[in-house]
Design a protein around this ligand. Structure first.
Ligand SMILES: [Zn+2]
Length: 387
């Protein structure tokens, strides 16, 4: 205990003496232009000067950690006049050591986010590996191909075992690196127009008027894809420019009911069905109308407004309705199964008048439809549309 105290006191005195000497020397140095510091030597070679012994000790610790080489037994620190005019940083000192040690060699290392991935003898080799690896992920429309981590090729001194061949470096990148590719593709795309229906009380029911023709638009689209190591991770539309404005098609649909007993001047299809026989000469005779086939009972409507002038049986026609449209036209609806109107009834265009059947000279349910102008049979297909 006592001895320790004495030793401690002695140490304190020595420290005080050293400090005093140091201050005195620093004063001299300032006057004479010299700088003093803690100089680090390894195997007698000067490495650097530091403000403290502790900082000088960091050099050995760093070399051990980064390069796996223990220099503590060959390093010594001496307080004295500095070789340089300024203090040395720890990293500078590490490099000074490496430069002078035969176990190290000047090399070019590729770093990703400060992590050394590989080292090459030549800058060109390191650059070729980097570019060669990145080019694997290049493709049409790629606007950038780069590592996801910050990539730096640094000149430094490394131990020889870290130097790898180009193929080995490629292999290391395959395991360690992540490459992001951004692909932008642009193209023109058609924009189909929609159809807007509007009611119009000035038009008759089922009359349709195209108020405005639709215009197909066109846009210029930029599509961006992001890939990591060649695998798509996101896709999105990143830009759209209208080239041609799309314009809706506007249709007016009538709501006004057709008047009873009065012709509109146009004809509508009297029944749904299939045209099975046209107007004109047939089997050596004149076919005065057209035949529309559909199941028995299919509703039949007045092709235009007018007055019923016949509703009953007529030879050959079977059950027949005739409508006078009071404008020179009359229409015939033959072979009916049921009649729903009587002579003298005023009917509106589209009004139910009879059901389809196969009465009279008929081989199956159909509507025989005639349009006559001044009692002369016309081709109904000039007035209605079945094909
Ligand atoms: Zn017929």
């Amino acid at each position: 205990m006592k001895l320790k105290n004495i030793k401690s006191a002695l140490n304190k005195r020595i420290i005080t003496l050293v400090m005093t000497t140091a201050i005195a020397l620093l004063t001299v140095a300032t006057v004479s232009g010299y700088n003093f510091g803690y100089n680090l030597y390894v195997e007698g070679r000067y490495i650097g000067s530091f403000t403290s012994e502790k900082e000088a000790g960091l050099v050995a610790a760093t070399i051990k950690e980064k390069d796996g080489i223990d220099i503590s037994s060959t390093a010594n620190i001496e307080f004295g006049i500095m070789d340089d005019e300024r203090f040395t940083s720890v990293s500078e000192a590490c490099d000074n050591f490496r430069k002078q040690d035969e176990r190290f060699i000047e090399a070019y290392s590729l770093y990703l986010n400060d992590e050394r991935i590989f080292s090459s003898f030549w800058l060109e080799d390191a650059t070729n590996v980097k570019n060669g690896y990145l080019s694997r992920f290049n493709e049409e429309g790629a606007v950038s191909v780069d590592f996801t981590k910050k990539c730096v090729i640094a000149k430094e001194y490394v131990t020889r075992d870290l130097i790898v061949s180009g193929d080995e470096a490629m292999g290391i990148l395959e395991k360690e690196a992540e490459v992001k590719t951004v692909i932008k593709l642009s193209y023109y795309e058609a924009v189909p127009y929609d159809t807007v229906e509007m009611e119009d009380e000035n038009l008759y029911v089922d009359e349709i008027l195209v108020d405005c023709e639709g215009v197909t638009g066109e846009k210029y689209v930029e599509h961006t894809t992001e890939k990591i190591n060649g695998e798509t991770v996101s896709e999105s539309i990143t830009g759209e420019t209208v080239v041609t404005e799309v314009k809706s098609r506007v249709i007016k649909k009538g709501t006004k009911p057709y008047p009873e007993g009065i012709a509109t001047g146009t004809f509508k299809n009297p029944a749904e069905g299939v045209l099975t026989s046209p107007f004109g000469p047939r089997w050596g005779r004149m076919h005065k109308g057209i035949d529309i086939a559909a199941p028995s009972g299919t509703p039949m409507y007045a092709s235009d407004g007018g007055v019923v002038i016949y509703s009953g049986w007529m030879s050959g026609y079977g059950y027949l309705v005739q409508i006078d449209h009071k404008n020179g036209y009359t229409t015939y609806y033959a072979h009916c199964s049921q009649l729903h109107v009587n002579v003298g009834d005023e009917v509106a265009k589209g009004e139910l008048i009879a059901d389809m059947g196969s009465t009279g000279n008929s081989t199956g349910p159909h509507l025989h439809f005639e349009v006559r102008l001044d009692n002369v049979p016309q081709n109904p297909e000039n007035y209605v549309k079945y094909r």
